[in-house]
Design a protein around this ligand. Structure first.
Ligand code: SF4
Length: 427
């Protein structure tokens, strides 16, 4: 979501006449887009602002803050950062040009949603960075109130965008050459859960019928909202990619309850079994928090047991950190930091070997790749993603850029695949 907000602001500012530069030292205006979901990100933000303060002192640089921390702190942010010129909550980034204009005139500008973002307009990704891939926000906010999460407090309650407008936007993107759309929402699969508009599976079906769109993805899904109708889409909709991000957060029922996740370990397993029944090759990724208050050795063992049994393609894992305003911040049975780190390291080692083994299983297979860029590894290679969302690097020709090609996978690594014998896919 933050990347999408960054793209949107960049686009608005460029359309407003500003030029983007690479080096902070060169800039007249610096905007820091923030995330407060994890404590580490928040700490990094404040130390970065300390460094930017010195730049401002030397050059008079205008400094602005956007995103979750701005929304959470509102004008209180001035207590810690009295030198900033403007701040906008995530729902107010449409006013970025106004904020910059006022700051240039020397007028501080602060604007936040009073109750999160549920009543504010949605954003359209004009000037998306990649010519073939685009993100489309279909819903915002979250009603789940997981006990560790600050998102409902900063992004507001769930609100879904009208399906007709989404379809219209995607048709427009397809006309401009977009081949892959990723539907975005904090809880994307509860789209329209309180509305008479079409359901999420029905929306996917309509997008599947749009000429020019070749691939559909969505992120992030909540396990409790993964309905049988949505699971069926993975076998019936040809353009829906064989990949899903389905955070489980813990393998222990006790911890899942404390987290207020709304499902049990067995229910999670059942969803994965149903997904694999409909789509045996589906790649499954997830998020997990270790060291949540109350997590003992047995709970952690349950989590390791779950990841070994499910064999995820990849997992984003974090050590728990308390967040202001959340229910979990009041829990007393804290896991010592060292122990949480030790568990995280063990978790990541186990998962890394699973991910590598899964990538090796791809060796010898011919697979479709949407070519997006020059490879980060070598200027002589191209890079793209499989339908299962794995990065493939391979030697190819310029005409392959932004096209679907088929490649042989000759090597699977921990973070990527190596391809060979590319051929542009026709028809
Ligand atoms: S579902 Fe996701 S966004 Fe919503 S409260 Fe839980 S963790 Fe946060």
């Amino acid at each position: 979501m933050n990347d999408h907000d960054m793209e949107r602001m960049r686009s608005l500012l460029i359309n407003g006449g500003l030029t983007c530069v690479q080096d902070v030292q060169e800039a007249d205006i610096v905007i820091v887009n923030t995330c407060c979901v994890r404590e580490k990100a928040e700490q990094k933000f404040y130390s970065r602002m300390g460094r930017l303060r010195s730049v401002k002192r030397k050059k008079g640089t205008i400094l602005g803050v956007t995103g979750c921390i701005a929304q959470l702190e509102k004008k209180g942010i001035l207590n810690r950062l009295p030198f900033i010129d403007f701040a906008l909550g995530p729902s107010n980034i449409e006013k970025i040009n106004k904020a910059v204009e006022e700051a240039i005139k020397g007028v501080p500008f602060f604007d936040f949603a009073e109750n999160g973002c549920d009543t504010l307009p949605f954003l359209k990704p004009a000037n998306v960075q990649s010519p073939v891939r685009a993100y489309v926000t279909i819903m915002k906010g979250c009603d789940n109130f997981c006990s560790y999460c600050v998102v409902p407090y900063v992004r507001g309650r769930e609100s879904s965008r009208e399906s007709g407008k989404i379809i219209e936007e995607i048709k427009g993107l397809a006309k401009r050459g977009t081949k892959e759309v990723t539907l975005l929402g904090q809880n994307v699969n509860s789209y329209n859960k309180n509305s008479n508009d079409i359901s999420f599976p029905e929306l996917l079906k309509k997008i599947n019928d749009i000429d020019g769109i070749e691939r559909i993805r969505f992120v992030t899904s909540h396990p409790k909202d993964l309905s049988p109708a949505l699971i069926d889409c993975f076998s019936t909709l040809g353009k829906l990619c064989e990949s899903i991000h389905l955070p489980f957060q813990s393998g222990s029922d006790k911890i899942l309850k404390l987290m207020n996740r709304g499902y049990t370990r067995i229910e999670y397993y059942e969803k994965i079994t149903a997904l694999r029944k409909q789509c045996p090759d589906i790649a499954i990724t997830a998020d997990c928090i270790v060291g949540f208050p109350g997590e003992d050795d047995r709970d952690f063992h349950d989590t390791i047991d779950l990841i070994e049994n499910i064999q995820f393609d990849n997992i984003f894992s974090f050590a728990y950190s308390p967040r202001k305003f959340t229910g979990a911040a009041t829990l007393l049975d804290i896991v010592p930091k060292d122990l949480a780190q030790e568990r995280l390291l063990h978790f990541q080692q186990v998962q890394k070997s699973i991910t590598t083994a899964k990538n090796r299983q791809m060796e010898g297979k011919r697979t479709e790749v949407l070519v997006e860029d020059i490879s980060k590894n070598s200027a002589e290679e191209l890079a793209g993603r499989t339908r299962t969302n794995k990065i493939v690097n391979f030697k190819g020709t310029k005409d392959m850029m932004n096209n679907l090609v088929e490649v042989d996978i000759i090597k699977g690594y921990a973070n990527s695949l190596k391809g060979a014998n590319p051929k542009v896919k026709r028809g």
